[in-house]
Design a protein around this ligand. Structure first.
Ligand code: ZN
Length: 304
């Protein structure tokens, strides 16, 4: 049986790693490794129709999604930890940077808008005012534009933005949902100014837990997580679109991820919350899940 062409680099040097039944769909999905770029991709692509209102309430393939609460009040969710961490990382990057005036920040895949609302409430990063924009499609994107007054742009509108418009682009747990991840990253690379930062998070398929669990790794949800990366594959993709990989050290993002996975186990969460106040515990979890091992990226000062 021949393996399909890689959905990132087009290579035919792909091989079947295994199959797995969907979490909510009875389909048997296959996972393919690309020998050339390192992407692990899922066939068939189940389609974007899965992202309906039930999905956003956590009733779809991802039970940890809670867009309603995020949309209503980011302070009420553990995501506030991650949001503050991203703000800290952006601030640290900008402080080492000669830029002035307001910081233009695009949240690509802004979902229910928790990060946009957090940033609007903060009002500044590294002491500079913020100008915010978001990209997404669907009912929450419409609400964020029409009810909350955010600047929400579709792909066509983003393509019309001048090159180098943004100081910061965030792409938080988005790339794994995209069946063709190169074009969006190319668009983001064009939109980042020289020295600008891409804050990107996605699961690490080469972390110790994933290596032990194989396709049983919790991140392997084939209906929705269709493009899976490891640090080397992500770094290669960055370079292919003109970005330079940059490793950052997450802290509260790791705490958030640990608590999120205990959403339905309140007793354990209480204990976890206490343990997670200890930095060595956070570093150990970070090591096991390879969170900080997944690089972000910077747009080089001179484009190669
Ligand atoms: Zn490939």
């Amino acid at each position: 049986m021949s393996s399909p062409a890689c959905r990132a680099c087009g290579s035919l040097h792909t091989s079947l790693r295994g199959t797995r039944r969907g979490r909510t769909l009875p389909t048997e999905f296959s996972f393919h490794d690309c020998a050339d770029c390192g992407l692990l991709f899922v066939e068939p692509f189940a389609g974007f129709e899965l992202y309906d209102d039930a999905y956003y309430r956590g009733k779809g393939p991802d039970p940890f999604v809670d867009y309603e609460t995020e949309y209503r009040d980011w302070r009420a969710t553990d995501r506030r930890l991650e949001l503050a961490d991203l703000h800290r990382l952006a601030g640290e990057h900008l402080r080492g940077d000669p830029g002035r005036g307001s910081v233009r920040w695009l949240d690509f895949g802004c979902g229910a808008g928790a990060l946009l609302k957090f940033l609007r409430d903060r009002g500044d990063v590294a002491g500079r005012p913020l100008e915010l924009a978001g990209h997404d499609v669907g009912s929450y994107a419409n609400l964020l534009r029409d009810r909350d007054g955010f600047r929400i742009l579709d792909l066509e509108q983003l393509a019309a933005e001048p090159p180098g418009t943004y100081d910061i682009v965030s792409m938080i747990e988005v790339i794994e949902h995209l069946p063709a991840p190169v074009a969006p990253l190319r668009a983001i690379s064009r939109l980042l100014r020289p020295g600008g930062l891409l804050l990107l998070t996605t699961g690490n398929l080469d972390c110790p837990v994933a290596r032990r669990q194989g396709l049983d790794f919790g991140y392997c949800v084939p209906e929705i997580h269709v493009s899976l990366f490891n640090p080397a594959a992500l770094g290669r993709l960055y370079r292919a679109v003109g970005l330079e990989p940059r490793n950052l050290r997450y802290r509260d993002t790791v705490r958030f991820k640990a608590l999120k996975n205990l959403r339905f186990r309140p007793g354990l969460r209480l204990a976890a919350r206490a343990l997670l106040s200890l930095p060595p515990v956070v570093r150990a979890i970070d090591g096991l899940y390879g969170v900080s091992a997944m690089p972000c990226a910077v747009k080089p000062a001179t484009t190669p």
